[in-house]
Every structure is written in C-alpha cells, then in structure tokens.
Design a protein around this ligand. Structure first.
Ligand code: PHE
Length: 462
C-alpha cells in the first residue's frame, strides 16, 4: 500500500481529487460494487431464475465479461483522467462516441432513482430492528405484515427516499477522497464478518440442504436466453459496470497504481459477498417454507426470520441493517459521482451544486418507484410489471449490457485494446498475466456475446 503525502494530493489543492492510497481506491471501488446489488438484488434474481443454473451463468458472466470490462473501464478512466463523457471525448474528439458517456450518466441517475427507494427500506429496517421488532419469534404472517404495511405507506417510503438521496448528495458534495474513502475502510470488512457469521448460522438450519440444493445444484434444462440476460445484467449491476462508475473511479487513480491487482480484488470481493448472501437466504427460505421466487421483497421477508430466531438476533439485526445501509450508501455515492463529475469537469458547475442537482433529479424520478408498492397505478405500470420493476429491468438488464457493449467496441477498436493493455500492466515493459486473452476477450468475445444476448432478449421479450 502506498501512502501519499496528504498535502500533495489534497483534493482541495489539486485540480482533481485523488485517492490517498491504493487501498483507499480498492475500498472505494469495492464500496461502489458491494451494495444492495449483492444482498437484495442477487438473491432475488437468483431465486426468480431457478437458483443454481442462474448462479452458474452469473459466475461465467463475472469472469468472462465483468472482469474484462472492469479492466477496460479502469484503464480508460486512468489513461484519460476524465469523467465518462470526457474520457470518450479525449480519445476520439468530436465523435458520436461521447454519447456512450452520456448513456452512462443517465443510467447512473436512473439506477439511483429506484436503488435509493430500496435503500430507504433498509434504513427503515435498521430502525425497526433496533427497536427490537425482530427479537421475538415471529411467524411468516407477522413478517409479511410488517413488510406490507410499511411499503404501503407513501408517507414513510417517500421521505426515506429523500433522506437517502440527500445524505448521498451531501457526501458527494464534499469531494472525492475525504467523502468516500473514510467510510468504506472500516465498515466493509465489518459487513463481511457479519455475513460470515450469518452464513454459518444458516447452514445449521433444518432446510439447509434443500436450500443449498436449489442454490448450488444446477438444472440445465431450465436454461433460457432471458435468464442469461438477467445473469449478465446482474453481473454488470453488481460490479458497477457499464455506466462509467469505474471509469470515474479509475480517473482519480494516480499513474503508478496497480490496476491489474485492484481489478481482481474488487471483482473477487464483490462476488464473494453476493455468494454469501445466497448462502444466508436460501436455507432460510426453505426452512420456513417461503418462496424463493418472491422477487423484490425476498430479502426483507427472509432476513427478519433469521434475526427473530438467531441467538443474539437482537444485536445482529440492527447491526446488519446498519451495515447494509452503509453498503448501499457507498454504492449510491458512485452513482451520484458519475453525473457530478461530468457536470464539474465539463460544465464547470461547482461540485456541491452539481451533487445536489443530480440528487434532485433522481428524487423526482424515484417518486413513482417509491409509490410502486402503494399505488395501484404504479404497482402494475406496464407489461405486468410495477414501475420499480420496469426501471430495474430497463437500466440493469438493458442499459448496462448496452453500455458495456459499446465500451468494449470503443476500447477494443477505437482506442485500441493494445494501448489499453499497456495501461493495465503493473510493469509497463512486461505483459500482465492473461494479457493476450484479455485483448481477445475485449475485442471479440465481449462485443459478440453481448450483441447476441441483447438482440435475442429484446426480440424474445416483445
Ligand atoms: N454495484 C452496486 C451494487 O451492487 C450498484 C451500482 C450499479 C453502483 C451501477 C454503481 C453503478 O449495489
């Protein structure tokens, strides 16, 4: 770990912010990656898509698409030292490519809008679990009731959305390293520790073997293209890829840092956290006869069981929801940061104003998502989906893979995969391990696989 002179890299003095250390960057990038995507979204899409088969394709997508695109984003960001729009513009000035950067900026705001709704739910669950709501032994009906009565109250879900976005914008308005690095360092490892404890407990439940069978024993007769698209979407969502978050975070990295090892560390940590979330959820689901296909509310209906039955659950419940809220916060920070860095770099808007502007737009866009559980109109908005589900589908399953597809073509052919590869090398005179494979992957495999999947999924669903 290299620690730099705080004076030299003080974000207030330097023109652009810089991470204080490599570890600070890895933690911040991991903070962006690890969030509700791992603990809320991963179990629910896994459950909806048949369990183990989904996990299988998810892991393939993480290795052959996610890790590869992670390097592409980090190298593009670091080489240009720019926000996503500026990065495309710097390498290919006056070309339509910067539209890909704009797509990222919009996608960030789009995801932020509904993600913060769910983050508001975690905040509420933190609150009620610290009041001891989950300390007695609760029945399924009671747990269901707590959830349903909460989400049907707009006067709770809307202010929670607002609070969450406000906190995010506030932190982002304070600047890059002081805002982001400080939080993640202590809290992420703590979250991981709690997840470990909870998974050990889950494995002792009577339904553990049935849960693990669902989660780990694939039934390949269930494979279909929509499921593969969901696996790819989930991989990009969970790793914060396809919308420029990692371009932005990479742009705050000094030249001498090691992209190669940072990339692997972030991907491995993120995947491990998601995997553990599944280990916690599925045994619980099968022990208490719940449905793995419950969708969006799955985690909120499952984890209270764990806490109401767990010795020390009174303690673990609030701690867990607190850490999950923080994990969500380090992710929303990166979502706000993408659009903010664009407004600051390119439009010369002062950082505080830009951060709150982005937050305000996301809040307005988030209102229908927050109402998706209470208003009839938004709960069955279109295509049989609620507004929130629809947003999630559009941004995560369509926009992220599309952004990643365009980025891979740009890095592979316009910038040149070979140039990007040199940026990734820890030692510029020597290839990094797997460099040839990476070049091949970003030029041929990623664009081809994503085009096929997107095309068929779009055709298939209409
Ligand atoms: N990766 C975050 C999570 O898993 C969500 C996110 C997606 C953040 C895209 C930034 C960009 O919770």
């Amino acid at each position: 770990m290299t620690v730099r002179s705080p004076l030299k890299y003080n974000p207030l003095m330097a023109k652009r912010g810089k991470w204080k250390s490599t570890l600070g960057f890895v933690l911040a990038a991991a903070g962006s990656a690890v969030g509700l995507g791992n603990i809320w979204r991963f179990p629910y899409v896994t459950g909806k898509n048949g369990g183990a088969v989904f996990l299988f394709f998810y892991i393939l997508a993480v290795i052959f698409l996610g890790l590869v695109v992670m390097y592409a984003e980090l190298s593009l960001g670091r080489a240009t030292q720019k926000n996503p729009v500026g990065a495309f513009e710097k390498i290919k000035p006056f070309s339509p490519w910067k539209a890909v950067g704009f797509l990222g900026v919009f996608t960030g705001v789009g995801i932020l809008s509904y993600y913060s709704v769910i983050a508001g739910w975690t905040l509420y669950y933190f609150y009620i679990s610290s009041l001891g709501k989950f300390s007695e032994k609760l029945t399924e009906a009671q747990i269901d009731g707590i959830f349903s009565s909460f989400v049907s109250k707009p006067f709770l879900t809307l202010p929670l959305l607002l609070i969450f976005i406000f906190i995010t914008s506030f932190i982002v308005s304070r600047g890059i390293s002081s805002g982001i690095e400080r939080w993640t360092g202590i809290l992420m490892p703590l979250l991981f520790l709690i997840l470990l404890v909870l998974s050990v407990y889950s494995l002792t439940l009577p339904g553990a073997s049935e849960g693990l069978k669902f989660y780990l024993k694939p039934d390949f007769s269930k494979v279909n293209l929509k499921m593969i698209l969901s696996a790819v979407g989930q991989a990009f969502f969970s790793l914060s890829l396809g919308m420029g978050a990692m371009i932005t975070y990479g742009s705050y990295l000094p030249k001498e840092d090691n992209l190669f090892s940072s990339g692997i560390e972030v991907v491995a940590f993120d995947t491990l956290v998601a995997f553990l979330a599944g280990i916690i959820i599925f045994p619980t689901v099968f022990t208490y006869g719940l449905s793995p296909r419950a969708g969006v509310p799955l985690v909120f209906k499952t984890l209270p069981f764990t806490f109401s039955k767990l010795p020390l659950g009174r303690l673990f419940g609030p701690l867990f929801f607190f850490l999950l809220t923080i994990a969500a916060l380090t992710s929303t920070i990166s979502l706000v940061e993408v659009a903010t860095s664009y407004l600051v770099d390119e439009k010369k808007i002062p950082r505080p104003r830009a951060a709150f502007l982005v937050g305000a737009v996301a809040f307005l866009l988030g209102i229908p998502s927050a109402l998706s559980t209470s208003s009839r109109f938004f709960s069955r908005f279109a295509f049989g989906k609620s507004f929130l589900d629809l947003m999630d589908y559009i941004w995560a399953n369509l926009s992220l893979p599309l952004g990643a597809l365009l980025l891979s073509v740009f890095v592979g052919y316009v910038w040149g995969a070979e140039k990007a590869a040199v940026e990734i090398r820890p030692d510029k005179s020597r290839k990094f391990p797997g460099e040839d494979l990476w070049i091949y992957d970003i030029k041929y495999f990623v664009p081809l696989a994503l085009s096929v999947i997107l095309l068929f999924a779009v055709l298939g669903s209409s």
